[in-house]
Design a binder for this molecule. Structure first.
Ligand code: C2E
Ligand code: MG
Ligand code: MG
Ligand code: MG
Length: 277
């Protein structure tokens, strides 16, 4: 356990996103102002049931409409936000906006009920007050808890297992779904799958992209699907880009696909059309 905890605390630094301390500091200042000024946006990427092609839900993905640099993907600012603690303000905005949109969809009788998945940072997961905040947002927008799924990474789970388990258990009682994102890339042991009440494993894109090409990746994806089903949870494949990958997933019995093959992340208005198809 000590070893796992130690490894979970290692910070991953990506030199491509930020250069110097001064750059990071400036970015942070701009982001703080940008959040307050309403510069964050959400795109939504459909998640499709492989059994019948129905859009089961969407994943909310944050973007920053920067005043001079254009629409920035999370790779440009999430790490800085996470390390500074500003990710809590960002995360609060994302949750509010995603639940508000989900409630709009839930009131719309013209298309099937959509689940909305929201990414939680490690800090958000273990910060005190998460469950209270989620409850308040669901009540405020009158969204049934079952239509919200929170995606957490293995790294977030192992960073502080006690706090993570407590938060996930409370979220589960509330009726919110929990998904383990980027499954297979972190340090979570199989024990965690039993200890944490999760509903879904999202198999990382790095394995999905090797389907049919690399025997190793194909075997890993198959094992992840079987593992998910063995512990009674849904298997979702992320980053599905080709028809061959989809076919392999269907043969393996994977439940849900998400990726450019069906759709890139899109505006909320476009989701409506895609879900009605
Ligand atoms: P993630 O949660 O694993 O999200 C999936 C990422 O893969 C998204 O990138 C999505 O656009 C991309 N993707 C989906 N299908 C394909 C595909 O077929 N091919 C390729 N090449 N990529 C695909 P995005 O939107 O840039 O987000 C990157 C990461 O940023 C997310 O990875 C997540 O970890 C983080 N993130 C995004 N939104 C939020 C947020 O609201 N809060 C937090 N804390 N993190 C977020
Ligand atoms: Mg995700
Ligand atoms: Mg993912
Ligand atoms: Mg990923």
């Amino acid at each position: 356990r000590a070893k796992v905890r130690g490894r979970g605390r290692v910070e991953v630094h990506d030199p491509t996103t930020t250069n110097s301390a001064a750059d990071r500091l400036r970015l942070l200042g701009e982001l703080r102002l940008g959040i307050a000024a309403g510069q964050l946006r959400l795109l939504y990427q459909p998640q499709v049931q492989l059994r019948d092609g129905r859009v089961r839900g969407v994943e909310a993905l944050v973007r920053w409409q920067h005043p001079t640099r254009g629409l920035l993907p999370p790779a440009e600012f999430i790490d800085v936000a996470e390390q500074s603690g500003l990710v809590r303000a960002l995360g609060a905005w994302v949750l509010e906006a995603a639940v508000k949109q989900a409630a709009r969809w839930a009131r719309d009788p013209s298309h099937p009920t959509l689940e909305v998945s929201v990414n939680l940072s490690a800090r958000q997961l273990t910060a005190p007050g998460l469950v209270e905040a989620v409850t308040a947002i669901l009540v405020r927008h009158r969204l049934p808890a079952g239509l919200l799924v929170l995606e957490v990474t293995e790294t977030a789970l192992v960073a502080d297992p006690e706090a993570a388990a407590a938060a996930l258990t409370a979220l589960k009682e509330l009726g919110v779904g929990v998904s383990v994102d980027d499954f297979g890339t972190g340090y979570a042991s199989l024990t965690y799958l039993q200890r944490f009440p999760v509903d879904e494993l999202k198999i990382d894109r790095s394995f999905v992209s090797g389907l049919g090409v690399s025997d190793g990746d194909t075997g890993i994806v198959r094992a992840c699907v079987q593992l998910a089903h063995a512990v009674g949870v849904r298997a979702v494949a992320e980053g599905v880009e080709t028809e061959e990958q989809r076919q392999a997933l269907v043969e393996m019995g994977c439940d849900v696909e998400q990726g450019y093959l069906f759709s890139r992340p899109v505006e909320a208005a476009v989701v409506r059309e895609l879900a009605a198809r």
